[in-house]
Design a protein around this ligand. Structure first.
Ligand code: BGP
Length: 460
């Protein structure tokens, strides 16, 4: 069986500024929440490894881009770090940062790789965090000013922009589950932060349109299709509906349709955590919807009604329990269920309920611990499991496209092994190995060679 994709398909991979570049003394970069947090609690990061070196993309970008070309990528998403462009809240430009991103963009273009640039990948500068981060509406204005500057600086060469990566993770990670800074558990703050991020995203879209730059602008959402254990049970269905409202529709609907789902607003009001929305803000959200969507898909969410009364702080878990799906084939990557058909269901949902908006897979990937064990005699990582993972997801994507779904590309997380927040280098995702323990030498894994063939043949 042959799985064919069209000639314009984006074949690539994604990383982000804070996870790949590293921070170096004297490069003019301001501190982010991650730099700051690591200094406070280094022991909370896997192996005590922080964001200061990561993959050293800052110095080695030419080498990386050359290898990206070798594995057949025609597009690469990364993020511009706000803290590298603006030194402070007033927007004092860091020329070294500008020069660096210009050089990266030129290098990518010279190798025939399209840069897809994201403006926020979990990396709030401390100068805004000190003001409450996205709890404060002013931060949204600050973000819009940063976005406008990026369109001015780089908009001539970059044609595809993204406002935010996984905005729900910023709200839940920082304000519910304590996985990100400021690591508090406060549902009211989480809702407010989520609302201001949406506002910031819509303001950035407005700035893009005002700039008159050619190209398109989108948002990257981590969509987790939600399945309930007993579809015949009304409470189970309600649990799944709530999970879907909180984790998927809370950004999907305002970003694409320009408005919040009534049911979500009702739910937040019932809990007394619905942010006060000014008419002016709702107008900005309503009239600045995105041109396209990036979908990060890793795993589905399986929920059932709570079997015991919930007594903790107000959290999504009040409404449902997550359970482990037992049944068909059950594989895990980094503790996440691997379930490829969900990619097809996401596609059909976007086709049937969101005006068939153009979209692409902006992240999908397999995190593997202790990958060194798969090194062969020549020092090449034999990651057949990753090849199988990508292939199985592409098969479902291909089926969806064949049925009229408007998907224009597939990006793996990640082109090369990179730093992952609290998990640091615990899980490896790349098609290019970074030998972290030995000075960061780079080598292409088996999956990289395979990916090249796929891109050359536009399928497999
Ligand atoms: C996504 C993020 C990425 C990356 C990836 C892998 O949610 O957008 O930044 O980190 O997850 O997750 P992890 O590195 O924690 O295994």
């Amino acid at each position: 069986m042959k799985y064919q994709f069209n000639d314009n398909f984006l074949w690539g991979a994604a990383s982000s500024g804070p996870q790949s570049e590293g921070t170096f003394p004297g490069d003019g970069k301001a501190e982010t929440e991650w730099d700051y947090w690591f200094k406070q609690v280094p022991e909370q990061f896997f192996d005590g490894v922080g964001p200061s070196v990561t993959s050293d993309f800052y110095h080695k970008y030419k080498e990386y881009v050359k290898l990206m070309k070798e594995i057949g990528m025609n597009s690469y998403r990364t993020s511009i770090q706000w803290s590298r462009i603006f030194k402070d809240r007033e927007g004092t430009v860091n020329e070294e940062g500008v020069t660096f991103y210009q050089a990266v963009i030129d290098e990518l273009l010279s190798q025939g790789i399209e840069p897809v640039l994201c403006l926020h990948h979990f990396d709030m500068p401390m100068y805004w965090m000190e003001k409450g981060g996205f709890e404060n509406r002013e931060t949204a204005e600050g973000f819009a000013a940063f976005a406008a500057k990026c369109f001015e600086l780089f908009g001539g060469k970059v044609k595809r922009w993204i406002t935010f990566n996984e905005p729900i993770v910023i709200a839940e990670g920082g304000y519910i589950y304590k996985r990100h800074y400021p690591a508090v558990c406060d549902a009211k703050k989480a809702a407010l932060v989520g609302y201001h991020i949406q506002l910031a995203s819509s303001m950035a879209v407005r700035e893009f349109r005002k700039s008159g730059r050619e190209g398109s602008i989108g948002i990257v959402l981590n969509l987790t299709p939600t399945y309930c254990k007993e579809p015949d049970n009304e409470e189970d269905r309600r649990s799944a509906e709530i999970a879907d409202l909180l984790f998927n529709k809370s950004f999907l609907e305002p970003s694409i349709r320009g408005e919040y789902p009534e049911k979500l607003v009702e739910l937040l009001k019932e809990e007394g955590i619905c942010p006060e929305a000014a008419e002016e803000d709702l107008e900005i959200i309503g009239s600045n919807t995105v041109d396209f969507l990036g979908v990060n898909y890793y795993h589905p969410r399986r929920v059932t009604r709570r079997s015991t009364p919930y007594e903790g702080p107000l959290m999504p878990e009040k409404y449902f329990e997550e359970y482990t799906f037992e049944g068909q084939k059950m594989n895990f990557s980094r503790g996440w269920e691997i379930y490829e058909p969900a990619i097809y269901e996401i596609a059909v949902n976007l086709r049937d309920h969101y005006g068939n908006i153009p979209w692409y897979i902006s992240e999908n990937g397999m995190g593997v611990q202790d990958e060194e064990q798969f090194l062969d005699q020549d020092g090449i990582v034999e990651d057949d499991y990753r090849i199988e993972f990508i292939r199985d997801h592409l098969i479902w994507l291909n089926k969806a496209i064949g049925e009229g779904c408007n998907c224009f590309g597939y990006h793996l997380w990640a082109p090369f092994d990179c730093w992952s927040w609290r998990n640091a280098y615990k899980n490896r995702y790349g098609m290019i190995r970074v030998d972290i323990k030995n000075g960061g030498a780079l080598s292409i894994k088996k999956s990289g060679r395979w990916f090249k063939q796929v891109t050359e043949n536009y399928g497999f």
